[in-house]
Design a protein around this ligand. Structure first.
Ligand code: AVJ
Length: 320
């Protein structure tokens, strides 16, 4: 059963809406070409990300799950049962679903930009957990957002797992968490997964795996952009590049032109020299201390942190 999805600003149909097309074109025309990481997630991109989460090199998903497995009871005591769980960037909803027995939410509100993917996942989930009220929201969280009245206002816990917060630069992360904070009352809270700074070789491998799933995930963005804007990117002319930038404390993902080429779209074009790159994603890494500071700047007070034995990943709880 497909659930009704509230959406006003998601592009539908074969082409993106005007604002989307304009944003993408502006990024491609910038001196340092860039695209927002949100364009990594069309239906295929969301499935490629699911595959990434199963890779031996990609430790975040597995490590975060191990933290929940080891500290579940403690985490449930912090969060409390019976409230509203709001899942920011829910994807296939699997992480939240695995916490339902523990957190026993009264209402579950998954939010994701990938509308069809989300609807399908929530439809299945509602059948498995008929007693939890579910409201799926197709929203772009990169802008301001307001939760509809159907979402319980009391005891909202925002769930932001997987270190998705890492896609934002620190100042953007603060702005985003401030917007989350604006959607909570004084009894609101945040349960968030944060990827931690570690050996660069471990980080590099996690974002450039041996069988090339992350490369496919990155390259698929070009197909999505073709679809949205009518551009003529030839995926074969591009190569996946990913590395840890220690100075900025972030993984950078790029697509690099294998040869001099020109990309054309209705009303414009961009020439790329051989070796020139499109910056497609950043994934910032923190320490528990640096992230607690960031939370404080957003109006949240960190009150608990759980990590794995190696200290590769942290789950943090904060109250409003
Ligand atoms: C979904 C943003 C958490 O940064 O690790 C995985 C995305 N990119 N491999 C991450 C991603 C390449 C992922 N986040």
């Amino acid at each position: 059963r497909a659930l009704p999805t509230h959406s006003s600003d998601i592009a539908e149909g074969p082409q993106g809406d005007r604002a989307t097309v304009a944003e993408i074109q502006a990024g491609l025309l910038a001196p340092q070409a860039r695209t927002s990481p949100k364009y990594l997630y069309d239906s295929l991109g969301s499935r490629l990300f699911e595959a990434i989460c199963e890779l031996p090199e990609y430790y975040p998903t597995r490590t975060e799950a191990a933290i929940f497995a080891a500290h579940g009871a403690d985490i449930a005591r912090r969060v409390g049962t019976g409230g509203t769980l709001i899942d920011l960037g829910a994807g296939n909803c699997a992480k939240a679903a695995s916490l339902f027995p523990l957190l026993q939410p009264q209402q579950y509100v998954p939010i994701d930009i990938s509308r069809d993917f989300l609807n399908e996942a929530v439809g299945r989930l509602q059948q498995r957990f008929p007693s939890i009220a579910m409201t799926a929201l197709a929203l772009d969280l990169s802008g301001p957002f307001t939760l509809p009245p159907a979402v319980n206002a009391a005891r909202r816990t925002f769930f932001y797992p997987g270190s998705s917060i890492g896609n934002f630069a620190p100042h953007e992360a603060i702005a985003f968490l401030r917007r989350v904070r604006e959607n909570t009352s004084s009894d609101g809270a945040l349960l968030i997964g944060v990827d931690l700074i570690k050996d660069a070789a471990v980080l590099d491998a996690a974002y450039d795996d041996a069988i090339g799933v992350t490369a496919a995930f990155n390259l698929n963005m070009l197909r999505h952009v073709n679809h949205l804007t009518g551009a003529d990117f030839d995926v074969r002319q591009w190569r996946h590049v990913a590395f840890f930038n220690a100075e900025e404390s972030r993984i950078e993902m790029h697509l690099e032109a294998r040869t001099a080429l020109t990309v054309r779209w209705p009303g414009g074009e961009r020439r790329f020299a051989r070796g020139e790159r499109i910056h497609t994603e950043d994934s910032y890494k923190y320490t528990p201390e640096s992230f607690a500071q960031l939370l404080a700047q957003a109006g949240f007070a960190a009150d608990a942190v759980w990590t794995d034995d190696a200290g590769w990943f942290a789950v943090m709880h904060a109250h409003a």
